[in-house]
Design a protein around this ligand. Sequence first.
Ligand code: ADP
Ligand code: ZN
Ligand code: ZN
Length: 746
Amino acid sequence: MVTASKSVVVRVAVPVPLRKLFDYLWSFERQPEPGTRVRVPFGRRSLVGVVVDIGGSGDDVKLKAVTEILDVEPVFDETLFALLKWSSSYYHHPLGEVMASALPVALRASTGLRPAGGERWRITPAGLVTDADSLSRAPARQKIFNGLHEAGEAGLSRLDLKSVVSAWTKPVAALVEQGLVERFESDFLDHTPFDAEPGPELIDDQLGAIETICDRLGDFSAMLLHGVTGSGKTEVYIGAITRVLERGEQALVLVPEIALTPQLVDRLRSRLGVQVAVLHSGLNDTTRHRMWFAARSGEAQVVLGTRSAIYTPLARPGLIVIDEEHDGSYKQQDGYRYHARDVAVMRARMSKIPIVLGSATPSLESFENCERSRFTRIDLPRRVGSAGLPSVHLIDLSRMPTDQGLSPPLVKAIENRLKRGEQSLIFLNRRGFAPVLICGGCRWQATCERCDSRMTHHRSMGRLRCHHCGVITDVPTNCPACEADALVNVGEGTQRVEEFLQERFDQARIVRLDRDAARGPQALNEALDRIRSGDANIIVGTQMVAKGHDFPGLTLVGIVNADQGLYSIDFRAPEFLLQQIMQVTGRAGRADAPGEVLVQTAHPQDPAFVALASHDYDSFIRLQRGERKAAGFPPFSHLALLRCDSLKTDEPMDFLGWAHQAARQCLDAAKEDAATDYTPANVDLMDPVPSPMQRRAGRHRAQLLVRARERSDLHRFLMDWIYRIEANTRTRRIRWSVDVDPLDLY
Ligand code: ADP
Ligand code: ZN
Ligand code: ZN
């Protein structure tokens, strides 16, 4: 081993919001290694950082020294380390924070790499031939000895031992001393073997898809699996993962939200015949650390997780699957604003493995990547089994009266399902009773005092509530402005529709599924069980019902307010709207009974609804593509959004005004500079504007959009610009952030 000289300097990424590395002296015998966690003094604090580079100006006497080495080996392997550096530069976010967010919470502190709790105890060969009677004078020891005897090779954990004898430590220590029992390190997953369940006989489309994926194992390839709902995409994942496991490799599967797809964990486990390491934000720190370690050591063959699991280390990566790749929850919306799907594609590229992006309604970005031959497209155009796609009918609200938001044909259709003992699903994207409480006398409206938004009336709890900041207030009995007794609820929320349907069909069993009704995984699971068992006749729900659920008894889907979002200022709104409606639509008629979908809209000629009625997502996306291209929006340009918020009214616009000038200076300087490596003329600076929701939770908000045709120009510009903003002392106290590839412009 080479001994490090006293003057070695290491560059450390520290979890602070500064886009730079920090130099420290390295005064240990051991050679520093990139990727190792260290403890370093930082101001008056002591922080855990990661060594990034070795070398630097060693004779700088002012440098402080690394105080502790926390790892015996790097936490991140070379590829993951490279991915983290790429992420930091792509999203212009400090490397220290990016690395911290990639680590389980336990490892952001001094905890060792290997989680505690993997230890077990078992009987030794000497113990096996010892008669338990010889321990009769030490009853606790004897009890434990017998317990371990029964457990055999697998042994017992701390918890198991505790249930045998609550004060177990001394007797176990004595048994170890006698040589009858030994302690050993074990795995973190339960590897008790079980038989995999056989799957359905796959159809040709599915077999073809699996073959395409498997042909590419061992090399980078990005594939878009576009399959209508119920086309058997999950079976394709399972088929491909089976092959990955046969090769002795690991598969990483990302889903938008685990709480909403509890069946997927069971399905993967039972079909693949292996334990699945599950990683999501609902786990406690210890469990998360264990699952992370099991993935890193290669113990877990299949790792299933949400957004942040994209940074899970894998010993032998073989395949990445991103289910519902269009889903917005892959984009982190605060702090380090990365898009897990895009990071995943880069990870697959760096790891030289294939990635499958699956969806019934792919994002325009992925669609465009297929057009440009960056992704390979695989289609599953048919539903498996006898069920065809549901028939979709548009109900023209401009010629139809509604009662509590529901048109007569929709109410009639629900009635028919009730008579036939079939289920109906009524979808609307508003929880609560009514979105607006308004005075019929003076037009006063209930608004949030901390946000520029209206309060939603939640009648069941007798309160008004802001869905943006969570504030709750009492419902006034009379108008606070003119004192008239004339307050009326306008618009429909899930509670109002539920109440109306219950009055109309008093025998019906109705389940409401939204964030108020399904608080926590247990309430959600109970609701899902009631639906799947057929106990519920009518389901009223928000987007919560849209995701991946399989409701076998469902034959009718009613979309109450399809127009919401259609004419929004956000250029992605039509795409999101159609994705959501198509996902909900896909819930109908999965079993043998054909499904019917009724869509209420005041704009039945809108291309989005025409495409919906003919299940023609491709045409819709092509239309959207044309519009985006004409308007110069992504994927035909690249965006970055500088946001600022403050308690002071004018500060955000003042700050952005200054930032705008700074940006101009960057671009002008680049134009003058003959040696510049980008084209500043390709960067469009918009003016600073107040955010669409100008005030939220008491903070004033504003934003500045930057657009460039070429990604490289945008990135080079951002480097200069952010450097300038960060170097300026007046910006230190201001809360600002950069969002590269923003998903919405709010
Ligand atoms: P998707 O993920 O595309 O919505 P799934 O893979 O969940 O579709 O399949 C939908 C349903 O059809 C599931 O219950 C699944 O078990 C079943 N299924 C999938 N493939 C087949 C097949 N080839 N034959 C019969 N049933 C299938
Ligand atoms: Zn009034
Ligand atoms: Zn509010």
